[in-house]
Design a protein around this ligand. Structure first.
Ligand SMILES: C[S@@+](CC[C@H](N)C(=O)[O-])C[C@H]1O[C@@H](n2cnc3c(N)ncnc32)[C@H](O)[C@@H]1O
Length: 314
């Protein structure tokens, strides 16, 4: 639905008679517009959008409901509400997303970090015998860098390499590393796992290889929420006909990517765990039978394989 169809006459925060609205009235109008557009938490989102444009931010929104919006504030708020009513993701509009209690810059170039993906971060941390060793991490399809950087934030001597086919994603991941103070321990490189010989530059093998590859079956993408189907990068979603193309492509490379004593952690889509386990069993024979970690909804979300051998004793 176009924004013009859901915004009240005079716009959000403005009014048809030229008298500017209060914060409270603007919020009420915006909430109604967002609810009409099918947004699940319209009031909370309206507050976040208003906080993004008025001086004083969230404190001003909650503390001064009677404050009048200036014409410029009302216009800016109306523009943001219009974008959200058109189902652009809130994170894209605000340019930020919290993940693992860290603040990540996001954009239309990267997957919006999902709470479910924290399952993988947790699984890796639980699998490590000691968080203080200088672990070497490799993140395949790093996007915003949320998985790699969350792990580096918990592993004070670890270094990580994130790869992605998207230059825009890599630039955002690099910016996130710097903003989080992790720049000296994080490298990012453009590599496309569909290109022949793509692993040639990835030496030495990593202790921990992680990936949240695209895993939505191509034919299911159009039916996803508009925020996902229309606004998230196709390359971050599309896993081919059955959703498993990236796992098939990555599996044969793992033997050369993971060090003895190390492990591999992959996120999987709902219902994919057994199929992904079978793909890795067939291709990466050096790895153990996977351990399965469920997300908060009880869905098998992360598979973790160990590569037998001495882990490093640094
Ligand atoms: C599902 S997103 C995951 C992003 C991030 N790791 C996360 O968990 O939020 C998958 C990522 O894989 C990248 N990707 C897709 N195909 C790729 C390929 N052939 N080679 C390298 N990266 C690829 C996408 O650009 C995207 O950033």
């Amino acid at each position: 639905m176009a924004a013009g169809n859901v915004l009240p006459r005079g716009g959000v925060g403005g009014s048809a008679d030229g008298i500017e609205s209060s914060v409270a009235a603007a919020l009420a109008q915006a909430s109604a517009a967002l609810a009409a557009a099918g947004i699940a938490g319209p009031r909370a989102e309206a507050r976040l959008l208003l906080a993004a444009i008025i001086a004083g931010g969230a404190a001003a929104v909650t503390g001064y409901p009677e404050r009048r919006l200036s014409a410029a504030e009302a216009a800016a708020f109306a523009a943001l509400v219009g974008r959200r009513a058109a189902r652009e993701p809130l994170s894209h509009i605000l340019g930020r997303r919290e993940f693992w209690s860290l603040d990540f810059q996001v954009s239309a170039a990267v997957l919006d970090p999902r709470p479910d993906s924290e399952t993988l971060v947790q699984a890796v941390l639980e699998a490590l015998p000691d968080r203080t060793r200088p672990w070497r991490l490799l993140d395949l399809g790093t996007g915003s860098g949320c998985l790699l950087l969350s792990l580096l934030s918990e592993l004070p001597r670890a270094h990580g390499l994130g790869i992605d086919a998207s230059p825009e994603a890599l630039s955002l991941a690099g910016a996130n590393a710097l903003a989080l103070g992790l720049g000296p321990r994080a490298d990012f490189r453009r590599l496309d796992w569909n290109e022949p010989g793509w692993t040639a530059g990835l030496i030495p093998p990593a202790d921990i290889v992680i990936a949240n590859p695209p895993y939505i079956p191509s034919g299911e993408i159009a039916a996803l929420a508009p925020e996902v189907a229309r606004f998230e990068p196709r390359a971050a979603l599309d896993g081919g006909g059955d959703g498993l193309d990236a796992y098939r492509r990555l599996a044969p490379a793992l033997a050369g990517l993971v060090a003895a004593g190390g492990f591999v952690a992959f996120e999987v889509g709902a219902g994919q765990a057994a199929a992904v386990a079978a793909i890795l069993a067939a291709s990466a024979r050096c790895l153990s039978v996977p351990e399965v970690r469920a997300d908060l909804a009880g869905i098998a979300r992360c598979l973790l394989w160990r590569r037998p051998g001495e882990d490093r004793r640094d």
